[in-house]
Ligand binder design. Structure first.
Ligand code: ADP
Ligand code: MG
Length: 283
């Protein structure tokens, strides 16, 4: 885990100042996003931006609204108010299909893999390559599927003994990797991972982090990663956004702070926010 470009000047540690991005560098900007579920207000005006090729950690307590925001970004939920700018344009996401067509892929915690199918079959679920027999009979081209799966896993740096293994026989980390690989197939511009490490042990998690690192190295895909473990964040993320009480209260580059400083800042952010909010104004 080398993180050493210690000579680079940056904002003073702990300042939390993140320079504004030029339009060309910006992939996505959320402005003033709110979300109510009936009377319950989850997001209260969330501002967030992510650059092309950047890996952003989204952190916050359970129930803070991280998944809610992710579901807005992946077209599942409409925001109550606010605007999403995708590649500089105000964009209304009306469905997950539309979000995917724009280049937004999401890997959810349940992964949506089919346990009783092989790795190759899962990779092509719903988009199997078809071989035309005598020009008429459409058959699933299993050989092409296996070959392409192998090629693709090699490309993204996933080592797996066989693409014919049933998904149910893989480890949790391998399953997570396959779900990421499947999302990467459509060459998304933004890959969102909602708690990809939550169900994994340290070693399994490390494999998934390696995969994130590998994707990051190429700087072709932006990633929003929801993770709870700060040391994992520092391993693979460029920037951290802390969601609290429905807003981003902290936006800081990982190169500008240490893990200990982050912990202090999160606590201070919590304190400042609580002080700013009149008592009894809801959670
Ligand atoms: N579909 C829903 N209907 C009503 N309330 C919801 C719904 N989804 C989430 N919530 C509520 O919104 C809040 C934020 O949830 P969530 O976005 O899942 O938080 P996080 O992912 O940060 O743990 C929670 O209080 C949760 O109970
Ligand atoms: Mg969640």
């Amino acid at each position: 885990m080398s993180s050493g470009n210690g000579a680079a000047p940056g904002p003073p540690p702990g300042s939390g100042v993140v320079p504004a991005l030029g339009d060309a560098a910006l992939l996505l900007r959320a402005e003033g996003v709110t979300k109510n579920y009936g009377p319950s207000i989850v997001l209260r005006g969330l501002d967030l931006q992510i650059a092309r090729g950047e890996v952003l950690a989204l952190v916050g307590d359970n129930g803070a609204g991280k998944s809610t925001f992710i579901k807005i970004l992946s077209g599942f939920h409409a925001p109550t108010s606010g605007t999403l700018y995708w590649e500089g344009r105000a964009t209304v996401l009306t469905s997950p299909t539309q979000a995917r067509a724009l280049g937004i892929e999401t890997v959810y915690q349940d992964l949506a893999l089919v346990n009783d199918l092989t790795v190759a079959q899962n990779m092509f679920l719903g988009r199997e390559p078809i071989k035309r027999v005598l020009g008429v009979l459409p058959l699933t081209d299993a050989k092409a599927m296996r070959l392409r799966t192998r090629e693709f896993l090699d490309q993204v740096g996933i080592r797996l003994a066989s693409v014919d293994s049933l998904v149910r026989d893989l480890s949790g980390g391998q399953r997570q990797s396959i779900a990421v690989a499947r999302a990467m197939q459509s060459q998304p511009k933004l890959l969102i991972m909602d708690e990809p490490l939550a169900a994994l042990g340290v070693r399994e998690g490390a494999h998934v982090l390696d995969l994130v690192q590998e994707i990051r190295r190429r700087r072709e895909v932006s990633i929003i990663l929801i993770v709870h473990n700060y040391s994992q964040i520092f391993q693979v993320c460029d920037r951290i956004n802390f969601l609290f009480a429905g807003e981003i209260v902290l936006d800081v580059a990982t190169s500008a702070i240490t893990e200990e400083e982050l912990i202090r800042m999160v606590k201070a952010g919590l304190g400042a926010q609580a002080a700013a909010r009149p008592a009894g104004s809801g959670s």
